[in-house]
Design a binder for this molecule. Structure first.
Ligand code: UGA
Length: 442
């Protein structure tokens, strides 16, 4: 069955969700306030790098199933299924999430509704938000127009956004106990094709569904900081954290994924989500429950300063007047996102300590220039390695993983490579006469 869907917000989450809902055969209207973004999307251009998304976008625009608008009235008139996919960034100078965009959508949309509607929230929000939004929507909707807010958190990873949306590990749906509405039935219709593939479908209350999302991200962050803490111990004990991770990862209860030690997690989700989670738990009187997340955050931020120290050691104890090549700026490979990117943060800190830093990334250069205009940039690994006293690999793009030492050894001043993501083969680099320094590796 075809649904008429509006998706509010056309960032990573919203643009992907809109395109993928059209791919499932629904009629979809993407809604945003940013006209430049809308113009790009209408012409089939994705305003960020996400493998495979532009094909899905173009295919569905051409098929007439996917359109974009800035008009909430048009969305209210067209759709009876609304997905809310706007951002919930960290507040300036506070741990809590900035909820203004989420509330703005409901405040603007609800009064314009013309037919019984379900609003599915997908954004990551503090627990309790969905119930508040439901009450607000009911209060603002025109007399006699039934509106229900349900929560349907998103678990997509940048770089795998299309796959994660069309073939998710699970679908979670939080229902408002006081609404007794159609949200579950509507969700089953919208996701019928996905659910036919036996994807687990967890129907629960609003609070649980909101918490599932932040708990998942908090667990992932904890797993990464756990292995990075062990890496610190490995360094002083002369052990190897990668072998250790392989060995503990064979235990199915532990699992090997997200146990890659390195310069830690960044991006638009994990760092701000654990902070917002702590802030919300505190508001609810359960602050002690999540104090361990402070440590998770602290371990993660320490990775960055400790990488700067490693770079200094690699440059014979001082960064002053040295040339440092940084390979990778995105917060992870297959993304051009540099929000809270450990790589770029480290590049900036090294420059502040007096080194000339040049950065190369396959996709993230223009985003990097926008926030760190004073760093040097180049268009290839070889170019930025010219005259380098040390080469730092800070994002594990395949291009760097598979790079042979011969590709850059003729141009560097000193054959020193620092592997901030443990993504190179130390034997290969050492055999080629390089000093190799990894993370948590003796
Ligand atoms: C994360 C979650 O993985 C998604 O499930 C979630 O939907 C999303 O946040 C969100 O809340 O929207 P994402 O931010 O795309 O997805 O990135 P991840 O793949 O989780 O990586 C986060 C960071 O952890 C990256 O900087 C990555 O380099 C780092 N990382 C990851 C490690 O340092 N070690 C690892 O073993 C794995």
């Amino acid at each position: 069955m075809t649904s008429k869907i509006a998706v509010f917000g056309t960032g990573y989450l919203g643009a992907t969700h809109a395109a993928c809902m059209a791919e499932l055969g629904h009629e979809v209207l993407g809604v945003d306030v940013d006209e430049a973004k809308l113009a790009a999307l209408r012409s089939g251009e994705v305003p960020f790098y996400e493998p495979g998304l532009s094909d899905v976008l173009k295919r569905n625009i051409d098929a007439g199933r996917l359109r974009f608008t800035s008009s909430y009235a048009e969305a209210a008139e067209f759709a009876d299924v609304h997905f809310l996919g706007v951002g919930t960034p960290q507040k300036r100078g506070e741990f809590g999430a900035d909820m203004r965009y989420v509330f703005a959508v409901v405040e603007e949309l609800a009064p314009l509704l013309t037919k019984p509607s379900v609003i599915f929230g997908k954004s990551t929000v503090p627990v309790g938000t969905a119930a508040q939004l439901g009450a607000l929507a009911r209060e603002l909707a025109p007399e006699g127009v039934d509106v229900e807010v349900a929560w349907n958190p998103e678990f997509l990873r940048e770089g795998f956004a299309v796959k994660d949306t069309l073939h998710p590990d699970r679908i979670v749906l939080g229902l408002d106990a006081s609404a007794q509405g159609r949200a579950e039935e509507v969700a089953r219709e919208v996701y019928a094709e996905i659910l036919s593939e036996d994807v687990p479908f967890i129907v629960t209350d609003l609070a649980t569904s909101e918490l599932v999302k932040v708990a998942a991200n908090a667990f992932l962050a904890t797993k990464i900081s756990f292995i990075n803490a062990i890496a610190e111990v490995c360094e002083v004990a002369g052990a190897d954290v990668s072998t250790l991770a392989d060995a503990i990862g064979y235990d199915a209860r532990i699992g090997r994924r997200f146990l890659n030690a390195g310069i830690g997690f960044g991006g638009g989700c994990l760092p701000k989500d654990i902070r917002a989670f702590m802030a919300r738990a505190g508001e609810l009187g359960a602050d002690q429950a999540l104090t361990f997340l402070r440590e998770v955050d602290a371990i993660n931020m320490r990775r960055r300063t400790s990488m700067v120290e490693t770079a200094k050691r690699a440059c014979d104890g001082s960064l002053l007047g040295k040339r440092v090549a940084v390979l990778g700026a995105a917060f992870k490979p297959n993304s051009d996102d540099v929000r809270d990117s450990p790589a770029l943060n480290i590049a900036g800190q090294i420059q502040l300590q007096g080194a000339a830093v040049t950065v190369y990334d396959p996709k993230a250069i223009s985003n990097s220039k926008a926030i760190f205009p004073t760093l040097g940039y180049g268009t290839s690994a070889k170019e930025v390695c010219q005259g380098a006293d040390a080469v730092l690999v800070l994002t594990e793009w395949d291009e760097f993983r598979s790079m042979a030492p011969t590709e850059i050894e003729g141009v560097v001043r000193r054959k020193v490579v620092v592997d901030g993501r443990n993504c190179l083969d130390p034997q290969v680099w050492k055999a080629a006469g390089w000093s190799y320094i990894g993370v948590g590796r003796s």
